[in-house]
Design a binder for this molecule. Structure first.
Ligand code: NDP
Length: 255
């Protein structure tokens, strides 16, 4: 069997991985042999996700912190250092959505969405990359973008600005860190069935629009993004750098 995608001996931190896409990324990487570090703010959900992964025989540990809190992120990485845990793969996945017409959008809501979806990747990415560079063994960073990294939609302005920013932040990281053997890429998920979209899935008009506008005529499932994350975490992608891979069932292709 090919060892191209084997992640044995690697440790991955996936932010926002107690549920949804982040959990699927963690499971995919764990199935490929990685040790995984599960993060979210909700301590109980983190513990639950860790238990679920361990029950399947995977090596998982929890690390709850808020990705927007620079001091909390520094403390979390210091805790990993103290435990001798070295992060080889970082997936900046934590994200939130806030829907409102721009003329009704409060600055605080704009800021919260930008901080969680964009600034967090800088805060967490910096801590991880510092250590990857110091160790001299390279590493992988995957930032989670969106269809809105490419196409704007109404009522999600800060999310769109953040996800457009993620695409270029990834390229900036790739430009700076390639010399240290670190590859940085973005995954752009399409419309995926997770908690973030519960209201949209339950809205018959939106649900019908998603199905009508996608060549697959359906929503994506979190597990359908696992393979792309494994690829971008593995040596199979060692010369793939600064790219964005959309996993959207072809939605952008027919836009
Ligand atoms: P979910 O809402 O299902 O899960 C989000 C996760 O992020 C939760 O575990 C949540 O836990 C965590 N999180 C949120 N804020 C923070 C924070 N400040 N610090 C740490 N963790 C946090 O979302 P999805 O799985 O759907 O989304 C995951 C990523 O994929 C996001 O970046 C999203 O923008 C992106 N994406 C999703 C799409 C979709 O259709 N689902 C489409 C395109 C992109 P807690 O609240 O406990 O902190």
């Amino acid at each position: 069997m090919s060892t191209l995608f084997d992640l044995t001996g690697r440790t991955a931190l996936i932010t926002g991985s107690a549920r949804g896409l982040g959990y699927a990324f963690a499971l995919g990487l764990a199935e490929a042999g990685a040790k995984v570090v599960i993060n979210a703010r909700n301590v109980e959900q983190v513990a639950q996700a860790v238990d679920q992964l361990r029950a399947q025989g995977h090596d998982a540990r929890g690390l709850p912190f808020d990705v927007t809190d620079e001091a909390a992120v520094a403390a979390a990485f210091a805790a990993l250092d103290a435990q001798g845990v070295e992060i080889d793969i970082l997936i900046n996945n934590a994200g939130i959505q806030h829907r409102a017409p721009m003329v009704e959008l409060a600055l605080a809501d704009w800021q919260r969405v930008i901080d969680t979806n964009l600034t967090s990747a800088f805060i967490v990415g910096k801590e991880a990359a510092k250590r990857m560079i110091a160790r001299g063994r390279g590493g992988k960073v995957i930032n989670i973008g969106s269809l809105t990294s490419e196409a704007a939609r109404a009522t999600v302005a800060p999310y769109t600005a953040a996800k457009g920013g993620i695409k270029m932040l990834s390229r900036a990281m790739a430009a700076e860190w390639a010399q240290f053997g670190i590859q940085v890429n973005t995954i752009g998920p399409g419309y995926i069935q997770t908690d973030m979209n519960t209201a949209l899935i339950n809205n018959p008009t939106f649900d019908a629009w998603v199905k009508a506008s996608n060549p697959t005529q359906r929503w994506g499932k979190p597990e359908e993004l696992m393979g792309t994350a494994v690829f971008l975490s593995s040596r199979a992608s060692d010369y793939v750098n600064g790219q964005i891979i959309y996993v959207d069932g072809g939605w952008l292709s027919v836009l």
